[in-house]
Structure formats: structure tokens, C-alpha cells
Design a binder for this molecule. Sequence first.
Ligand code: BTN
Length: 246
Amino acid sequence: MNLNILRFETLGSTNTEAIDQAKRGADEGLCILSREQTDGRGRRDRGWVSEKDAGLYFSILLRPHVTARYLPLLTLMTAVAVSEALEKFGLETDIKWPNDLLVKDKKISGILAEMTETPTGRAVIVGIGINLKDSAFSPEIADTATSLEGQLNRPTPAEDVLQSVTRSFSDYYDVFSREDGSKIIRQNWAKRSSYSEDKPVRVVTGSKVFDGTTRGIDENGALRVQTADGSMEVVHAGDVERLRGI
Ligand code: BTN
């Protein structure tokens, strides 16, 4: 897939702009990039602090021709693509289900995928935020967040990171679109995530909180978690936190 990057100085949210453009008929591959966001959005109705040039903020418009149940795999795919791209800068990342990128247990990148109906069919917007500098996140979360500069002790040009991530994203999207694509995405995700198997976690969903041990992801990217009584929970949406000291 070829990406067509549209650059903005400032936007409320690149995801919102991409959704608007999708509704106006924009093609797959449109990439909305902004130097800052005044209303950056995160998963589960959280915000995403987006100071000018402190992070990379961009959203990619997709029009995938796969059955709806495979769509959650797109966010896992994105995490794999970002993880591989950051590796090129010497950063080893872990993926916390579903798609937080961590370096030494601190979050360096987040992904927000949203689906929208448009006059030309269903579209998926994949928004990616990557912390370039520590000023990308608020000081209150300094013990749980990090940045490329914070980890590498040198500035990394935003453009280099953008090129690396978009290239890796396009390559993985081509894989995803193949017949055996979802299997390859799941395998790559599992390779890059310590949360895939045998991780003691606390799961918080909209309706409940429970502890258990991870037992891989299912065909659609949902996380399987075994609880103390031996039963298997399949988590389609929610937050997962690692339980320490177990
Ligand atoms: C999360 O970890 O909760 C997801 C964060 C996603 C942030 C990115 S920044 C670019 C795009 N535009 C948004 O408003 N959000 C995503």
C-alpha cells in the first residue's frame, strides 16, 4: 500500500480529521500528520497530550476488505509495525495487549483504531502517537511513560521515525491483506509481546476486574486469560496491567 501524507501544523485530532476525510470519500492510504494536537484522543475516552513536535501524531485511513471479526487484528498489526520500526533506532519494545508499546515497562507509543461507515464503505482509521521527547507526556506519568530521546539520550529526527514507521506499516498491511495474513500477524505479535503467554495480569473491562494468567491470543486478536479457578476468559476490549511479585 502506498501512503499519501497530508501535513498539518495543528489539528484537534488527526484521527478526527482522517474520519472526516474518509466520510468525504478519501482513498485508502491517506495519512494525516500534525505537528501538534489540541484534542488528541486515546483509548477508552482518555486524552493524548500532543505538544508541538514533542511526539509524532498521525492517522492512516484504511478500507480493508476483510470480514469484520478480523478488524481488531489491525491494531495488533500496527503495534508490530511500530515495534519493528523502533527497533531500527536501537529500541527494544514490548507490546502490552492490545497495542501499547513499552520500553522497559514504560509506554512510548499508543495506538487508537476507530471504525467508521462512509458513503464508499467501511473505513478504519489507525492513529499512532509516538513520544519523541519527554515533553510529549505530562510529568505526572513520568514513571510510566518514556520517549525516544529519553531512552537513546539523543534527539531522533521526527521525519526518520515517520518514514520508518510508515514503511513498516505499509509492508505489514500488505501481509495482513493476504489470505494467510492474520496468522502471520498473530505470530509476529506473539514474538514481540511478553504479554502473550504466562503473564500474570489484572484485566479491567467496562464491566469487571479480574486477575489471571495470559494464554495467548485467539484468531481475532482477543486475549485469553486463565483465572485462578481454571476458567478461560476471552478479553475483546479492556486494559491489562502486569501483576508484579507473583
Ligand atoms: C492510547 O494509547 O490510548 C492511544 C493513543 C493514540 C494517540 C494517537 S496520536 C495520533 C492519533 N490522533 C489522536 O487523537 N489519537 C491518535
